[in-house]
Ligand binder design. Structure first.
Ligand code: AMP
Ligand code: GLY
Length: 425
């Protein structure tokens, strides 16, 4: 069969990598893709990346399955467009993706179902938001209502910082219409973790837990990013915690979306804070995490295409997920300056050498091809994943590869996995 993957980052490289291992797949296409993906798939342009352009590409190339990586395409309704034309698509419709694209909708859904999450208030006017903030004590959490590529949330240590965030989001509209309304949320304490789950509209099958590192610098300091590294498994999300996440969070969320007449098909991402009272939801997303996919998919033994098709058919009970025992750890190499301003077009060296390392996969995130060379083309440039018998071994291998790769002003965290290692000591 022929599969088209939509997107061009590290997560999509991991999806393409996993799909291309399926014996059922003859050809993988990817739009727009990137130079790393181009080693496994044919990269094609869909003019403008609109739902119609993607559907036309899928039709003209007669693909059997379309898999959507990034949330922006889901919000634009690409799955709805594909379904209307009778093309099989893995991912939620625009309406069911609201669990990610509209934070107020997600909060109301959680409230209605009693899903554990922080308390919150929603505001459509900056003065009301600030008045409410003045009644709180720091830290305070301010979130634009819409999509911001993981960069919109402010955890403010002072009232002044919180008010500035409101001005930036609602006044200056730093994130466009995503900031037309804001949520002020209770500050949650504990350790963060991600549980991704396959959903077929009614059933939920969780994947192995992972942990992202959202802060830009070591020791979880600095601004929030899309994610600087990840690992799996996660000691704090043991079997008992996985059961609670399944029963108290994933099942009721999927139930709620089905009851609203917008059943969720695809990957539901539960971003969690594991605190003293158990897991609480920080956010839901409607797709694989990036870089979580880069550690979870390399551990999946089951044919990803079988699982995706079972989701689309509403028959997730026909597959059983099997996982490799090995641990996986991923280090993101970013452009100096990210998540702020950064330069692109820097030549990347060492990629060929790293191919010789065992159990190392370099997923391309923001790269481009220029005169036979690979250059940087984004904030997050590469996601370097390694597998190992233990998490420590995976970390050693991943950093060995990172040290062999060079580009000017490369920035990466040196402490990916630190929470797991601290527990082992
Ligand atoms: P989000 O985009 O909602 O995942 O938020 C980005 C990051 O902000 C999260 O990964 C957390 O580190 C932090 N964060 C968001 N909401 C809260 C909260 N209610 N309490 C504490 N930290 C939070
Ligand atoms: N790693 C965070 C996200 O994918 O949203």
């Amino acid at each position: 069969m022929k599969v088209l993957v939509v997107g061009g980052g590290g997560r999509e490289h991991a999806i393409v990598w996993s799909i291309s291992r399926s014996p059922r797949v003859d050809q993988v296409l990817c739009t727009p893709g990137n130079p790393g993906i181009a080693e496994l798939a044919e990269c094609v342009q869909a003019a403008g990346g609109s739902p119609a352009a993607i559907a036309e590409l899928a039709e003209s190339r007669q693909v059997d399955l379309v898999v959507i990586g990034p949330e922006a395409y889901l919000e634009a309704g690409v799955v709805d467009e594909l379904m209307e034309r009778g093309i099989r698509a893995f991912g939620p419709t625009q309406a069911s993706a609201r669990i990610e694209t509209d934070k107020a909708f997600a909060k109301r859904l959680m409230e209605a179902k009693g899903i554990p999450t922080g308390s919150y208030r929603e505001f459509d006017n900056p003065e009301d938001a600030k008045a409410y903030l003045r009644s709180l004590s720091p830290p305070m959490v301010i979130k634009p209502i819409g999509l911001t590529a993981g960069k919109g949330v402010t955890v403010a240590g002072s009232l002044k910082e919180a008010e500035q965030a409101v001005d930036l989001v609602m006044g200056a509209r730093a994130f466009g219409d995503a900031g037309s309304r804001v949520i002020v949320e209770e500050y949650l304490t504990g350790e963060e973790a991600t549980v991704l789950a396959f959903c077929d509209g009614k059933r939920v099958v969780p994947m192995v837990p992972s942990q992202d590192h959202k802060a830009a610098y070591d020791g979880d300091t600095g601004p929030n990013t899309g994610g600087m590294g990840a690992y799996s498994p996660v000691p704090i999300v043991d079997e008992d915690m996985q059961r609670r996440v399944y029963e108290d969070i994933l099942v009721p969320a999927v139930e709620a979306l089905a009851e609203l007449g917008t059943p969720f098909v695809g990957v539901l991402y539960a971003g969690l804070m594991i605190g003293p009272d158990g897991p609480k939801v920080i956010e839901f997303n409607s797709r694989f995490g990036d870089p979580e996919a880069q550690v979870v998919l390399p551990r999946l033994r089951t044919d990803l295409v079988d699982v995706m098709e079972a989701c689309i058919d509403g028959e997730l009970d026909r597959v059983t997920l099997e996982w490799r025992d090995e641990s996986a750890l991923c280090v993101v190499m970013a452009s100096g300056g990210y998540p702020g301003a950064y330069q692109t077009g820097r030549e990347i060296s060492g990629l060929e050498r790293v191919k010789e390392l065992d159990d190392v996969i370099v997923f391309h995130a923001g790269t481009a091809a220029r005169d036979e060379r690979v250059v940087t083309a984004g904030g997050r440039v590469l996601a370097v994943t390694a597998l190992g018998t233990t998490l420590r071994e995976a970390a050693e291998r991943a950093y060995e590869a990172v040290h062999a790769i060079q580009f000017e002003r490369a920035h990466y965290r040196t402490d990916i996995g630190h929470r797991a290692f601290e527990k082992q000591n």
